[in-house]
Design a protein around this ligand. Sequence first.
Ligand SMILES: NC(=O)c1ccc[n+]([C@@H]2O[C@H](COP(=O)([O-])OP(=O)(O)OC[C@H]3O[C@@H](n4cnc5c(N)ncnc54)[C@H](OP(=O)(O)O)[C@@H]3O)[C@@H](O)[C@H]2O)c1
Length: 259
Amino acid sequence: MTVVAPKQKLAWITGASQGIGSAVALRLAAEGWTVAVSARQADKLSELSRASEALTGSIVPFELDVTDAEACTQAFEAIEEQQGAIDLVILNAGTHEPIDGKRFSVAPVRKLVEINLMGTVNCLAPVIERFVERQAGRIGVVASLAGYRGLPTSSGYGASKAGLINMCEALRPELMEQNVVLSCITPGFVRTPLTDRNPFPMPFLIDVDTAATRIVKGLESNRFEITFPRRFAYIMKFMRILPYWAYFAITRRTVPHDQ
Ligand SMILES: NC(=O)c1ccc[n+]([C@@H]2O[C@H](COP(=O)([O-])OP(=O)(O)OC[C@H]3O[C@@H](n4cnc5c(N)ncnc54)[C@H](OP(=O)(O)O)[C@@H]3O)[C@@H](O)[C@H]2O)c1
């Protein structure tokens, strides 16, 4: 009798050269997944791949700049060709830059929208096409609690993340009809190279491994919203229902004094 080994589950994570993406990749590989990791810094992806040698699963690097739509389609196709059908996609690539509102200009907003919003769209398009054909698949889009409402200095970042949340809300029921489950991941502050450069105290800051655990556990369920840390998420949800007069009375106080 020939015994066929069950197929190892395959995930694709973008923005996995450091921070949240890399921690989630290691967590999934520790659980036996094969994980295709993408980012621009190829050396860091190779390091991650070497780190996975001690784990049950494995990490395979695919260099990718998510602002290049054609390259995103090619990367997705290359992963499937080499590794098989992808079960789970985590679209996490992103960046943050504070914008001084009184010096508001096109370039920083364009950069944030190109990477955070359009970079996700560039990957989502080929993934949705294939998952709908297959009538199967799990997708997690990493947005942010900063996308729940407009916050001072966050006019570009917040807009890109609010756009992602809205897009996920729109897509979720349509994809559900196709047996494709899409979730929106909205973290609060997580200690990563991105937040290490923040000069201000970050409320409810959590470490990257805790964030990775919350994401992996959240994606095991079918729920739409994967948000953490819980107390910060409750505060941001409460802010969402405040009328504008009350909301601006609070956020005006958070405008940095040097602005
Ligand atoms: N840390 C937080 O507190 C926090 C909170 C809420 C949401 N988030 C979101 O979580 C995600 C990960 O954040 P993080 O804190 O882990 O940031 P990070 O440490 O700066 O990591 C960001 C990752 O995105 C990749 N990336 C950036 N631009 C890219 C591009 N054009 N093409 C491909 N990959 C690109 C980077 O890789 P390369 O530079 O190698 O390309 C890196 O691997 C982001 O979407 C962020 O907005 C973070």
